[in-house]
Design a protein around this ligand. Structure first.
Ligand code: FES
Length: 94
């Protein structure tokens, strides 16, 4: 539908920036496209966790965790229920 295809808003903290990104963009690509430096040691394969982000609001507006993402987050310290790997989630809503 038209609504589904509309750009979605991604608000970034603590830098107080908002990005409009195409629906279904992966978060890592959206961040890189806006010239933000994000480490991505594994090249976006969901295995290094250098792209770890925390979703403060709207977890349900992202695609669910993949099994690989789940496994990788299980290996790192500092992961919590808000944690996602930016390369493994896609934006479905604001
Ligand atoms: Fe390696 Fe995302 S870039 S897990």
């Amino acid at each position: 539908t038209e609504t589904a295809a509309m750009p979605k808003m991604l608000s970034l903290e603590p830098i107080h920036e908002s990005l409009m990104v195409p629906t279904n963009s992966d978060v890592l690509q959206a961040l890189l496209a806006s010239d933000l430096k994000v480490l991505m040691a594994c090249g976006g394969k969901g295995i290094c966790a250098t792209c770890h982000v925390k979703i403060r609001k709207g977890q349900d507006k992202l695609t669910p965790r993949t099994p690989r993402e789940q496994r990788t987050l299980g290996f790192i310290t500092g992961a919590d229920p808000a944690s996602r790997l930016a390369c493994q989630c896609r934006v479905l809503g604001d």
